[in-house]
Ligand binder design. Structure first.
Ligand code: B3K
Ligand code: ZN
Length: 853
């Protein structure tokens, strides 16, 4: 078999043909669905080349041109039609087997309903087509199915016809007036509960809103509906963007490869990001729903009205839409806490990607399997790049840039360069050097040195930047880095607060008239996605925690304090010294627990001491065994020093019905359990009396560090209570997967047989296997290699079931560079095993070969 081949951005060519209209006629049947696709095709430019359409896993029944049988060739995945005609009507009939489609791409079945997922290249599993984002067509879709089993027949746009047919069947016909790429096509057929509402736009147009959920779940759809209305209002007020169709539908399905999909007028969602009520969903779930509903809604303009020219430009829509959903959440909730979550995603996951074998720029230059590039780099670093432009331009000029972007490109498929050009032209800010962020992979490192001249009252910061080599490119050029700083005096007052334009390899910034040596709070608000190297003293960090204007800076300082102490203890262990913690650090954390003027959600973030995986990201090489001990030690010291204060806070907040209060109370509980197992009784009591999922789950998580009697008893109780609610059972699976104890893997193995688990459902797989590999650092990296083997076994099994999900959960296994030689060897050995699998998917092939290269 030939090896999968990479595609390159530099090879982009305009399409040789255009398809202006496509009529799709679906006759739905589980094993033999028939699709009649009738397209209006136009040759583009002067050439004699044949029309080449792509298809995947299709049975081709017929090809006609202008009503006559057409000549064609069927080569590996391609339908080649040689015709002299310049424009013609092409009719293709294909047959599909949605029931057998476990990849959940194209047309498939979720709990008895038909649904589709076409991004990135799933439409080719429906019919042979120019399945690329720069071919925009007007879709008219007729769907026919059994009436009783599938009362709702949905597709994009507006319903234009429907009716009864013989034999208990019925049909519906939809028309979408907006030309769109095939990846935004959607179809759903099934029996649902329906929540309806309406929204009046700023121009007084009434839009029908519909949320479809599995039968019996109607009461759990209200938060998603409310989130949709908030999103519509926000996009009008902040971005001046109005919805454009008369109907907006969301359908929640349990079998879904990712979070949700922005299909025009018909979003398909993972149930995880729709269903919620107090009893079954946590505060984080509520927040996640609001942000994903917002994200998909915002795509209607950034993604759908203006789409990507090719898939290398994915960040054009994803980076921008993540930026927009982050702003939405920040305008509606706590800006600082939302920023902290975004920063964590970059530091814990994106930095890991950047230093691993899959490192790529936010606009990748070569791709084997597109689905592998829906990454934290393209999405989250992409959003950081947009955020930096926002910082450089300011809100007003940024919005001018957005306006110009839509004026120029509405209805088009464009590139990241087009976006930056609009921003530059509207603002007159020169973004030439800034554009390097789009083509350069890797995390820039910024070294900072300070110098203070007491006589002259001059303070100097010397900044140097260096981006380490990544597998795609060794040489890197200096980037335009907006570097936000605040200088504090000894009393905690601000003496300087501004964003520096840092553009050169080394640059000196001089501050005059500084009366005493200031304390610098650097890279405030994480103003650029870089690694900061500055030798902060404990005193400086404590000062920043107390006095920085920015709440995010306070949190950053607390992370540095904690991390520094962990790494110092790693060193002590390596030198056979006993472990130690500076009392000033303990005081700083105690100060936070006692603080009266801090937002409780921020306090909770500060007390959520850095996870093992985030610590690992701070170093190039990590001694895992010492890290485990050192982290445990520092956590224990902080918790036991603050025991009384933690308990007091816990008691104070015990009955407060507010998300921030719950977050703080629950972090106190988890720290108390680090001090003494006797606090298990407190956790048990909270579990038994909890009135919401946040509190029940927090009690279980706090107990999840060992397989104690209480923990096991409560886990069984939880299981009995929720066995019929899959999304809650996912939480139970995650608890098993993240049990910090050597029994974990054995228990997981037996859970494969549990009725709550299925290899076919991505939510279940992510909860049991994904959460283990990504979230149970020390068990995954067990010295005997059993963790690696467990993951590899699961991946080999998933290769044939769902390649996309398999390739997603393999990530921790390919990021092996930081670990000791023994662990690296064991990880590579498992990767070799995977590589040897027959019919290995392109998805896994790309990641495994890059890791082993
Ligand atoms: N655009 C989709 C992601 C599609 C992923 C395909 N593997 C969801 C989103 O980003 O909104
Ligand atoms: Zn998106």
């Amino acid at each position: 078999m030939s090896q999968p081949q990479a595609k390159f951005l530099r090879d982009y060519q305009k399409p040789k043909f255009k398809i202006s209209h496509i009529d799709l006629d679906f006759t739905l049947a589980q094993k033999q669905t028939q699709v009649v696709a009738t397209s209006k095709v136009f040759r583009q430019g002067h050439h004699q080349e044949p029309l080449v359409l792509v298809g995947d896993e299709l049975t081709l029944l017929s090809v006609m041109i202008n009503g006559n049988k057409a000549e064609y060739q069927l080569l590996a995945g391609e339908l080649v039609i040689d015709t002299a005609l310049d424009n013609f009507e092409l009719q293709i009939i294909t047959q599909l087997d949605p029931e057998a489609n476990s990849s959940l791409e194209g047309l498939y079945m979720s709990d008895g309903a038909y649904c589709t997922q076409c991004e990135a290249e799933g439409f080719r599993r429906i019919t042979y087509f120019l399945d690329r984002p720069d071919v925009l067509a007007i879709y008219t879709v007729r769907v026919e199915a059994d009436r009783q089993a599938f009362p709702y027949l949905l597709s994009n746009g507006n319903l234009i016809d429907s009716g009864e047919l013989q034999g208990g069947r019925h049909y519906a016909k939809w028309h979408d007036p907006f030309p769109k790429p095939a990846y935004l096509f959607a179809l759903v057929a099934g029996d649902f509960d329906l929540l309806e509402d309406k929204f009046t736009t700023c121009n007084q147009r009434e839009v029908k809103l519909q949320v479809f959920v599995d039968k019996g779940n109607l009461s759990k759809a209200h938060h998603a509906m409310a989130s949709l209305k908030k999103s519509m209002t926000w996009d009008e007020s902040r971005f001046n963007l109005e919805y454009d169709l008369d109907i907006y539908m969301i359908v929640a399905v349990d079998f879904f490869n990712m979070g949700a999909m922005e299909n025009k007028g018909l979003n398909v969602f993972n149930t995880k990001f729709v269903l919620a009520d107090k009893a079954s969903a946590t505060d984080d779930d509520y927040h996640g729903i609001e942000s994903v509903v917002g994200h998909e809604y915002f795509h209607n303009w950034t993604g759908n009205r203006v789409t990507c020219r090719d898939w290398f430009q994915l960040s054009l829509k994803e980076g921008l839409t993540v930026f927009r959903d982050q702003e939405f959440s920040s305008d509606l909730g706590s800006r600082a806490v939302n920023r902290i979550h975004a920063i964590k995603a970059i530091k814990n996951q994106q930095f890991a990607e950047d230093s691993g074998p899959m490192a790529h720029p936010i606009r990748p230059e070569s791709v084997i399997e597109m689905n592998n590039f829906y990454t934290v780099t393209v999405y989250n670093k992409g959003a950081e790049v947009i955020r930096m432009m926002h910082t450089l331009l300011g809100e007003a000029a940024f919005q001018q840039g957005m306006k110009l972007y839509f004026e120029r490109h509405d209805g088009q498929a464009v590139t990241c360069d087009d976006f930056v050009a609009a921003m530059q032209d509207a603002s007159e800010v020169d973004l030439t050097q800034f554009k390097r962020w789009y083509s350069q992979a890797g995390t820039p490192q910024v070294d900072v040195k300070e110098h203070y001249d007491e006589q002259a009252h001059v303070y100097q910061l010397t900044l140097s930047q260096m981006t380490p080599a990544t597998p795609d490119k060794a040489e890197k050029q200096p980037l335009h880095i907006p570097f936000d700083i605040e200088l504090l005096d000894v009393d905690g007052d601000t003496v300087f607060n501004r964003v520096l334009d840092f553009t050169e390899e080394t640059q000196v910034f001089t501050f005059d008239g500084i009366k005493q040596k200031p304390i610098p709070s650097l890279l405030q608000n994480f103003s650029a996605p870089v690694k900061l190297n500055f030798n902060y003293s404990v005193e400086q960090l404590v000062h920043i925690m107390r006095f920085a204007t920015s709440e995010v800076a306070k949190w950053e300082a607390s992370v540095s304090l904690f991390s520094q102490s962990v790494w110092q203890n790693v060193e002590r262990l390596q030198n056979n010294q006993s472990m130690y913690i500076d009392p000033r650090i303990l005081d700083a954390f105690k100060g936070v627990i006692l603080a009266q003027d801090l937002d409780k959600a921020l306090m909770a973030e500060i007390l959520t001491l850095a996870s093992a995986s985030s610590l690992i990201e701070q170093k190039d090489a990590v001694d895992l065994d010492s890290l485990a001990l050192a982290r445990e030690f520092v956590v224990f010291e902080v918790a036991s020093d603050c025991e009384d204060e933690l308990l007091a806070r816990f008691r104070e907040l015990e009955k407060v019905d507010d998300a921030a209060a719950r977050a703080l109370k629950n972090i106190c509980l988890s720290l108390l359990l680090k001090v003494e197992q006797s606090y298990a009784a407190l956790a048990k009591q909270q579990f038994q009396s909890a009135e919401n999922m946040t509190d029940s789950l927090a009690a279980l998580s706090a107990l999840n560090s060992e397989s104690s009697l209480i923990r096991d008893e409560l886990m069984s109780q939880f299981e009995r209570q929720w066995i019929d609610t899959p999304l809650v059972m996912d939480k139970w699976l995650v608890l098993h997967a993240t049990l910090a104890c050597s029994k974990c893997i054995n228990q997981l193995q037996s859970l494969f047989e549990h009725e709550a688990f299925s290899f076919n459902n991505p939510n279940r797989v992510r909860s049991l296997i994904g959460a283990f590999a990504a979230g149970n650092t020390f068990e995954f990296h067990r010295k005997d290699g059993v963790g690696y083997q467990f993951l590899a076994d699961a991946i080999i099994k998933l290769n044939s079931v769902n390649p996309q999900v398999a390739a997603r959960i393999i990530t921790p296994l390919i990021q092996f560079k930081k670990f000791d030689a023994t662990r690296q060897a064991m990880m590579k050995q498992q990767l070799q095993r995977i590589l040897a699998v027959e019919e290995l998917s392109k998805d896994l092939y790309e990641k495994v070969t890059k890791a082993l290269a």
